[in-house]
Design a binder for this molecule. Structure first.
Ligand SMILES: [Zn+2]
Length: 404
C-alpha cells in the first residue's frame, strides 16, 4: 500500500471521508511518494528570500505606491515560477467615515480589558499584554524603513493578484490558497503578512513546476486591504461567487472561476514564543513546543466541512512537516477566510490562535515597527516553513497531485 493511499485511509478512519473520498480516485494514481517529493521542494532559504523580497516595499500599506509596486513584484515572481494563468481583482476602497469602531487587527475601540471573551469566541487565559497598531513614524528607529513607509494612503482603485494551477481532470473545481500582501505599523510587515504571502508564493512555485500535474485546480491569491477590514477578500467573493463552475466560453473547457472546494488562509506564520510573562516581556526565542494553529469558525454555515478540512491539514502536518506540530481550534476570526466561511469550508493557518493568543499580546511585533526581517531567527522562519509543508501536503493530496 503506498503512502498516499495510507494517508487517505487514515482520513477515512478519522471520519473525514466526505472531504477525502472525492479525491481518492485521482490520488490513487499519484506516484507512491509524490506528496513527500513535493514537500521536499520547499526550502528554508527560498522561503526567507521571498519574505526578504517583500520587505523591500516596507509595510506595503494599501493605497500607496509601495503597495502597488509590491503587487507588480509578486505577479512577476508568479510568472517566473511558471504560474502563467494570472489575473487581477479590481475594486474600489473608500475608508469608512467616521472610522469604524470595530477596526481590524487591534485598531479602534476594543472591549474592556476585564472581558474574558476573545474575538472569534475563545476565552482568554493567563497573562495578557497590550496590543495595538503603531501609527507614529518616529517609533521606527531605522531611517531607511521610515522613508520607505512615508507615503500616506489615499482612497480609490485597488488591485490584487492571483494565479491558478489548472487541474487536468477537474479544471472546474478548485481550492483557494491565500495570504494578505498589505500591512501597516511603520515596519516591513515581514511576519504580518510577508510570512503568509511568501508561503503562498512558494506553494505556487512548487505546484507550477512543469512536471507537476493536479487533477483539480488550485488558485493562489494575495489579498489586498486585509488590514482595513478584509476588503480585498470581500470584493473577490462579491465579484466571483456567482461565476463558480461556469464554462466560459461554452465548450471551451475553460472555467474562469472554478467551483470553490475550500479556502485556506495564511496570516502571521513565524512567531510562537509563548505567553507574555508577568512583567509583559516575552521569551526572545521560539519556544520548542511551538505549533501551527489551524482554525475554523464554529459559528460558520460550513463549520462541519471546515472542521473536517482542518483535520485533513492536521493529519498532513503530522505526516509531512519536519519540525513543528499543528493544533486545530474552532475560533477562526479577523482573517480573509471569514468572507468565505458561509459559502465553503474555510480555515486559516497562523503562528498562534488569533483570538485568545495574538489578541492577548503573544506577538509583540504585531503591527509594530519591530515587524522587520531582522527581528526573526531561523527558528522563527522554520515555523513558517512547517506551515508551508502542512498546506502543500494537504492540498497536494486533496487535488491529486502527481509528478511526471
Ligand atoms: Zn495579518
Amino acid at each position: 500500500m503506498n503512502r498516499t493511499i495510507r494517508f487517505l485511509l487514515l482520513l477515512a478512519l478519522l471520519g473525514l471521508a466526505s472531504v477525502a473520498a472525492a479525491q481518492v480516485d485521482s490520488a490513487r494514481a499519484s506516484a507512491p511518494d509524490a506528496v513527500a517529493q513535493l514537500v521536499a521542494r520547499l526550502d528554508l532559504e527560498q522561503y526567507k528570500a521571498t519574505i526578504k523580497g517583500l520587505t523591500q516595499f516596507g509595510d506595503r500599506r494599501q493605497g500607496t505606491d509601495r503597495n502597488r509596486n509590491a503587487v507588480n513584484w509578486i505577479e512577476a515572481q508568479l510568472r517566473n515560477y511558471g504560474c502563467t494563468d494570472i489575473g487581477r481583482i479590481k475594486y474600489d476602497y473608500q475608508p469608512p467615515s467616521p472610522p469604524s469602531p470595530e477596526g481590524r487587527g487591534g485598531q479602534g475601540v476594543r472591549p474592556a480589558r476585564d472581558t474574558t471573551r476573545a474575538s472569534g469566541g475563545g476565552r482568554y487565559r493567563g497573562i495578557r499584554a497590550r496590543t495595538g497598531v503603531n501609527t507614529d513614524s518616529l517609533q521606527q528607529p531605522d531611517a531607511r524603513v521610515r522613508a520607505i513607509d512615508m507615503q500616506p494612503t489615499t482612497p480609490g482603485a485597488r488591485e490584487e493578484v492571483y494565479c491558478t494551477k489548472v487541474g487536468t481532470g477537474h479544471p472546474s473545481e478548485m481550492y483557494i490558497v491565500g495570504g494578505h500582501m498589505d500591512g501597516h505599523g511603520w515596519g516591513e510587515a515581514a511576519n504580518d503578512d510577508g510570512s503568509g504571502t511568501a508561503l503562498v508564493m512558494q506553494l505556487a512555485r512548487v505546484f507550477s513546476a512543469a512536471d507537476v500535474h493536479t487533477d483539480r485546480s488550485i488558485r493562489f491569491v494575495l489579498w489586498n486591504n486585509e488590514e482595513t477590514g478584509l476588503n480585498g477578500a470581500r470584493a473577490y467573493v462579491e465579484q466571483r461567487q456567482a461565476l463558480q463552475g461556469k464554462e466560459d466560453p461554452p465548450g471551451s473547457g475553460k472555467y474562469p472561476e472554478p467551483t470553490w472546494l475550500g479556502m485556506i488562509q495564511h496570516d502571521m506564520m513565524l512567531w510562537d514564543h509563548g505567553m507574555p510573562r508577568a512583567d509583559g516581556t516575552l521569551s526572545p526565542e521560539q519556544r520548542p513546543e511551538a505549533d501551527v494553529n489551524i482554525e475554523f469558525q464554529s459559528s460558520a454555515k460550513f463549520a462541519p466541512q471546515a472542521q473536517q478540512l482542518a483535520f485533513v491539514f492536521q493529519v498532513a502536518n503530522e505526516k509531512y512537516a519536519t519540525d513543528y506540530p499543528a493544533t486545530v481550534g474552532a475560533h477562526m476570526t479577523n482573517t480573509d477566510s471569514a468572507p468565505f466561511q458561509d459559502v465553503v469550508a474555510a480555515i486559516s493557518l497562523r503562528e498562534n490562535e488569533r483570538g485568545t493568543q495574538i489578541g492577548a499580546g503573544w506577538d509583540p511585533n504585531w503591527h509594530q515597527p519591530t515587524d522587520v526581517y531582522s527581528t526573526y531567527s531561523d527558528k522563527d522562519f522554520r515555523l513558517g516553513l512547517n506551515a508551508a509543508q502542512t498546506t502543500l501536503a494537504a492540498v497536494a493530496g486533496l487535488v491529486g497531485a502527481t509528478i511526471k
